[in-house]
Design a binder for this molecule. Structure first.
Ligand SMILES: [Zn+2]
Length: 282
């Protein structure tokens, strides 16, 4: 059956009035959207607030709104939704499994420098320096369609298609620009792996699993001396003597962090019709 959505906005308003006040839904609207659930959609740009970006691709019931409210309800919210029809509507989302705890003393750029000269090379975690939540959000959502959560959804969906059914894993490793969190982060690597299972039902794949994320960065060459002289800041590219000299007497240290998500998706088996696939246009 082909389902036509005559006017989803009117239907949504009517449905909310029904849920809250018991106002009956006009029959002509009901015929438009016969679903009790919907999939949340954001516009996918950088103006989407993280709490709404976290809802993207997620399944909700009209009768039981998420903490954010339904799409479009919150002040200035531009989010939208599509009706959910089991076995016909795609969805995919990541859900954080851990509380992101941050030290209340958030490092500024001067703290990165101070630790470089006084910390004797001691490793710090993102949580120690109060940056974990900001890094996770930036990695997950910044860049809209290019954000890591969207990209990983596409990559894992493609990997699942290659598997068909059973357990599988997917390993990733990429560097991202984290200067939006603090200039001192520059580019840093986020690597990790998905572990989970896929099963197929009438042209659709169900994927369920978890992802471990690991952040790693090295604070070194803060004056860009090696970068300027030899084209790289990599501390292993030079001898210990030159490293120490070009680092102005400071000591290299690592910045690390980790978090986990649950990943769930229902995607079309046929790659070409799916919203969730890696596009290789560039
Ligand atoms: Zn929104």
């Amino acid at each position: 059956m082909q389902i036509e959505i005559v006017n989803p906005d009117n239907y949504r308003r009517a449905f909310l009035a029904y849920i809250r006040k018991g106002t009956p839904i006009h029959l002509s609207l009901k015929q438009g959207v016969p679903t009790t659930h919907y999939v949340w959609r954001t516009l996918g740009d950088d103006k989407v607030r993280p709490s709404h970006a976290a809802n993207h691709g997620r399944l909700f019931s009209w009768a039981n709104p998420p903490a954010t409210g339904h799409p479009g309800e919150d002040y200035n919210c531009r989010c939208d939704w599509i009706p959910y029809i089991p076995g016909e509507t795609e969805f995919a989302y990541h859900e954080l499994l851990d509380e992101l705890t941050d030290s209340p003393e958030r490092w500024g750029d001067d703290d990165f420098f101070r630790h470089f000269f006084e910390g004797e090379g001691r490793e710090v975690t993102l949580s120690d320096i109060g940056h974990l939540r900001a890094i996770v959000n930036q990695h997950a959502y910044y860049g809209g369609a290019e954000s890591a959560f969207r990209q990983l959804s596409n990559q894992i969906a493609d990997e699942a298609r290659g598997q068909g059914s059973g357990q599988f894993s997917y390993v990733f490793d990429r560097s991202y620009d984290f200067r939006g969190v603090a200039t001192s982060h520059g580019y840093a690597v986020v690597e990790g792996e998905f572990e989970g299972s896929v099963s197929s039902h009438r042209g659709y794949l169900e994927v369920d699993g978890s992802i471990n994320f690991r952040f790693r960065d090295v604070f070194t060459d803060p004056f860009g001396i090696r970068d300027g002289l030899i084209g790289t800041s990599d501390p292993d590219a030079v001898s210990a003597f030159w490293r120490r000299l070009t680092d102005g007497g400071g000591t290299v240290y690592n910045i690390t962090g980790q978090w986990r998500t649950r990943f769930r998706a229902e995607v079309a088996l046929e790659r070409e019709v799916s919203e969730y696939r890696v596009r290789k246009e560039n």
